[in-house]
Design a protein. Sequence first.
Length: 285
Amino acid sequence: MVMCRMSALAATALALSLASASPVAAFSFGGRAKAPEPPATTAEATPPAPEAARKASAQARALAAGLDPLARAAFWARESNIDPTDLEAGLGLARALRSLGQTQEAAAAVQRLAVLAPDNVEVLLELTRAHLARGEGFYGVAPAVQAQTLAPGDWRAPFLLAMAYEQAQRDAEALAAHRRAVQLAPDNPAVLSNLAMFQAARGQAAEAEALLRQAAALPGATAVTRQNLALILGLQGRMAEAEALARQDLPPQLVANNLAYLRSASQTAATGGSGRSWESVGSVQ
């Protein structure tokens, strides 16, 4: 099946614990017929205080990026428990939860950071990603606009804002944001690919194809960009070109499934029917 953007992702039920408690037992001593004992003065009589939990080292944090999403979530949850004001830990937890498909939990985790650091650009961008991932782009508009105001030269803010506007069905504003992102990052394949898919979804196949060919030729172009181009070609009935592109990145069975879908979609379009809608599968990076 052709890859699709996160606009219809569903949150899973699994939730990670974000807080833990360490109860301390209370003891009382004494009796009716016995005088109180004097306090102990020797070191042996005073139990040592438990060692405070320590944050992971910078090296351990760097290595956490290579862990699988579940292990990363556990790692950053521990770090967040040690210091709830640690923005790096909170952002790491939110990203890991989003990778696991736990979009509601990810949004909640980053929302707590937004209370602590309302003007932090990274927090605002991650909050927008979290809303996009749960299919609620409308709520991602405000933090993306704020991030764009705080960092007007950062292409990520209009890139995410364009997708938030799309999910909110505000096409004119989405197009303006897409164009702003392209202006700031004209050689970024993801930025060009997202604008192309926005155009293609609105019947501008030729313009979309030109942009996708430009994006696919750039250094750093991913399988997502090539498969978007294959999709556009296939929907225009150019199956041989679409198949050649699809086989660069996908296993044979998935290629067969995609081609079957494309043939069906192109036939539906040729007969004037209404085919299945589709959108960009660009990353919400």
